[in-house]
Design a protein around this ligand. Structure first.
Ligand code: NG6
Ligand code: CA
Length: 512
């Protein structure tokens, strides 16, 4: 943050200290922060990003009245690593085991690591993680779902948690609240195994006739609510979620947290399940998009965002709340269930003009919608320069007047000026990561992708991953769809980009 803004914020907080009268009235007096992190939402999935076949009015008005970023990136093309990067300000590929986590993974963020939630706590905020987590829980041997799960997010800076432990297509299909499975009957303990079947609940593989949604890839283990998942489970019947209700459950928890903290500054990390698979819309949205379940859950996501904004408004908090909306990775169409996502697209282009998709090193893997809204405080605008979610850590820290030590969040840079619309987004280097931890880097008009011996496609993703035995180079200013590899024509650029990536990988060159 530049000094002017810092001084402004500091002055604001002292001057306005006396105006609070128990209610969060004035803008700039320790704003609340609500970070809504959607799942698998593509750069082309919202009408404010050019989608013509679907209407997302709530997100559109957020984008219209706030700042819409058109060149924003997640740190990775999958959920677990992107969340790791977002919450720690450290690139996930620096740490082992931040690939797609199973539902019985231990907590992947070391409790000694300072997270953005820790920073908010230091600033006197109440903090919560609500919704999709996907960074593991419990010790490295895995969580005990029948007892108190420790460590949990309360050991890494959150005061309150209400979590989908991994993903909705992975067992166990239960919520965890403050270290305990919600509604667990001790007489019906949960067992989870990712290797072999446990108990006698039917699986998609053995009993496909019981399925209301069939898998297209994998997803053929234990059946819960007529949908077969990844992994085996048994027990915990009273605790099982209902897929149709998940968006509402998450929203209700968010509303409660907001209500409980309406007189106190708060940070809410809200991970939606939408629009990840299995896509099972609530009846209010079923069939409403004309694009099948994938479209319906986009409407459901849009509704969730609209409700969050309305709740903040109802509580008198909207003018003092910074809302950030983004996605953990780019779009995927068929992600393992036969939900007719391809067949019903009707011309909709979730990846926009970009190549690849979720899992990929091509741009559609990490290029995501990114909207910032703060009523009255932020002027409506467009940010067309580059921005990476890795910078949220230090930017939000600066917003709440914290300056973390250099060894903390060392890949993150403070660009609160960009988030507040007071400077143009202009990240010099954007680092990208695909399913195989192959890295890419965007700099000036170039995009470089390092060589990789992994297959160019994996059958189960059906998406070009960007792995290639030779490094690739694209002139993305003229060729944003990455159609033509120009590595051979520009050997010096290739070398320069490779060196830049190497230096980021080995020493961190991005010290704030
Ligand atoms: C993959 C799953 C996919 C999704 C993904 C994680 C198969 C065939 N595919 O392994 O459905 O769950 O993992 O998605 O099992 S993420 O957005 O949470 O990273
Ligand atoms: Ca995801």
């Amino acid at each position: 943050m530049n000094d002017r803004i810092l001084l402004g914020l500091l002055a604001g907080s002292t001057l306005l200290g006396g105006c609070r009268e128990g209610k969060q009235k004035m803008a700039d007096a320790r704003p609340n922060v609500v970070l809504i992190y959607a799942d698998d939402l593509g750069i082309g999935d919202l009408s404010c990003y050019g989608a013509a076949k679907i209407e997302t009015p709530h997100l559109d008005s957020l984008a219209e009245e706030g700042i819409k970023f058109t060149n924003a990136f997640s740190t990775s093309a999958m959920s677990t690593p992107s969340r790791y990067g977002l919450l720690t300000g450290i690139y996930p590929w620096r740490k082992e085991n931040t690939g797609i986590a199973p539902g019985n993974s231990g907590l992947l963020i070391d409790t000694a690591t300072v997270t953005i939630a820790d920073i908010f706590q230091r600033a006197g905020y109440a903090t919560a993680a609500i919704g999709k987590w996907h960074l593991g829980l419990g010790p490295s041997s895995g969580p005990d779902f029948n007892g108190y799960i420790s460590p949990n997010t309360r050991d890494i800076g959150f005061d309150y948690e209400f979590l989908i432990p991994a993903t909705v297509d992975r067992v166990p299909c239960v919520f965890v609240e403050d270290g305990r499975v919600v509604n667990l009957d001790p007489a019906d303990p949960i067992q989870v195994d990712y290797e072999k079947k446990v108990g006698n609940w039917p699986t998609g593989e053995e009993n496909p006739e019981l399925l209301k949604m069939k898998p297209s890839q994998g997803h053929n283990n234990t059946i819960v609510n007529g949908i077969s998942r990844i992994g085996y489970m048994t027990g915990g019947t009273a605790a099982l979620w209902k897929d149709e209700q998940i968006a509402h459950t998450i929203l209700n928890q968010a509303e409660q947290f907001i209500t409980n903290n309406r007189e106190h500054p708060f940070f809410l990390f809200l991970g939606t399940h939408d629009i990840h698979v299995p896509r099972v819309p609530h009846p209010d949205f079923k069939g409403k998009s004309g694009m099948g379940d994938r479209g319906d859950v986009i409407l459901q996501l849009d509704w969730t965002v609209g409700r969050i904004r309305a709740i903040l408004q109802e509580k008198g908090l909207l003018e003092n709340t910074l809302i950030i909306f983004s996605s953990d990775n780019g779009a995927v169409i068929d992600d393992g269930y036969q939900d007719k996502a391809f067949e019903l697209l009707n011309g909709h282009t979730p990846m926009g003009i970009y190549r690849g998709g979720k899992y990929s090193l091509y741009d559609a893997g990490t290029r995501v919608p990114f909207i910032v809204y703060w009523q009255d405080r932020i002027k409506a605008g467009l940010q067309e320069g580059r921005f990476s979610q890795i910078d949220l850590f230090r930017s939000l820290a600066a917003l709440v007047h914290q300056s973390p030590d250099k060894h903390i969040a060392f890949d993150s840079r403070n660009r609160i000026d960009i988030l507040l619309g007071e400077a143009d987004a202009d990240r010099d280097f954007v680092v990208q990561q695909n399913l195989n931890n192959t890295l890419g880097i965007i700099h000036e008009e170039w995009k470089y992708m390092e060589a990789s011996n992994h297959p160019e496609r994996e059958s189960w993703t059906r998406i070009e991953l960007g792995n290639h035995p030779r490094s690739q180079l694209y002139q993305i200013r003229e060729d944003p769809s990455e159609t033509t590899n120009v590595a051979e024509q520009h050997p010096e650029v290739l070398k320069k980009m490779a060196t830049a990536l190497d230096s980021i990988r080995t020493i961190n060159t991005m010290q704030p």
